[in-house]
Ligand binder design. Structure first.
Ligand code: F6R
Length: 265
């Protein structure tokens, strides 16, 4: 696992954006796995900015989002489809028919999981997966005790996740308790994974994911199994890690190599 600790959330967004742009430059028809939530909003804003400066194009790209609330139609203002349209898709040159978010309002939500998996497989699999992390260590909506072998399916959200996400819902709105999410095995099949975290409220989950045991109790620890996983953190979200000196040292070496010989990452 590559651990990149930067000083600010803006730097985290720029670093993740560099990785997305490099991926699209290498392979314009890349398949990107995308996350919602607060953390990647700055990444999407940076990608939009670079797109407007002609630095990146999504014309040939395909996207798959991690998750969606069960029962929310795509037009619902709190649906993740609506969120993605507004924070990214409507502002770049991506073909809307190649943007995928699980259908929370599918007539049979149980069948939506295997159908979504089939779409990902038909697209050739995910080249680069962006992840956030929940305060309980979830990735996608794979809550603690999710099977490390899980595939896209319906999950019941923990009380903590419902509480964390209540900021997006007004008091009179009914907040969904179920979501369709890519599974942990689905996520691990991505060829490259970038997990972003910012803010001190993520420090415990980040430490458990990076330095704790591989455990279904911290689903993000599954990244320890992935050969090409990068965790990009701001200083507050990295504050509970024990090996920060080592991560900083490795990063300095890698940045120096990239400066001298070009970035192989
Ligand atoms: C959203 C998702 C979740 C979020 C996580 C962190 O698609 O998959 O795992 O990444 O809940 O959310 P924020 O970034 O709002 O703290």
């Amino acid at each position: 696992m590559e651990i990149v600790i930067l000083e600010t959330a803006e730097q985290v967004a720029r670093r993740a954006s560099d990785m997305v742009c490099r991926q699209l430059a290498r392979k314009p028809d890349s398949v990107l796995g995308l996350a919602t939530g607060s953390t990647p909003v700055a990444l999407y804003a940076e990608l939009i900015r670079r797109h407007h400066h002609g630095e990146v194009s999504f014309r040939a790209a395909t996207t798959f989002n991690l998750d969606e609330y069960v029962d929310l139609p795509p037009t619902h203002p709190q649906s993740y489809r609506h969120f993605m349209d507004h924070v990214l898709f409507h502002h770049v040159d991506i073909d809307p028919s190649r943007t995928h978010v699980p259908r929370g309002d599918a007539p049979n939500p149980v069948q939506e999981g295997p159908a979504y998996e089939a779409l990902i497989a038909a697209a050739g699999g995910i080249d680069l997966q962006i992840l956030g992390i929940g305060t309980d260590g979830h990735v996608g909506f794979n809550e603690p005790t999710s099977s490390l072998a899980s595939r896209t399916r319906i999950k019941t959200l923990t009380r903590q996740t419902v509480e964390d996400n209540s900021r997006f819902f007004s008091p009179e709105e009914e907040q969904p308790l179920l979501a369709i999410t890519m599974g942990i095995a689905t996520i691990l099949e991505a060829r490259r994974i970038v997990l972003m975290a910012t803010g001190v409220n993520k420090a415990g989950a980040v430490a458990a994911a990076v330095e704790g045991p591989l455990s279904a109790m911290c689903p993000a620890s599954c990244l320890q199994l992935h050969p090409k996983a990068t965790v990009i953190l701001d200083r507050p979200s990295a504050s509970a890690l024990r090996q920060t000196d080592y991560y900083d040292w490795v990063l300095r070496q890698q940045d120096e190599i990239a400066r001298r010989h070009g970035d192989p990452r």
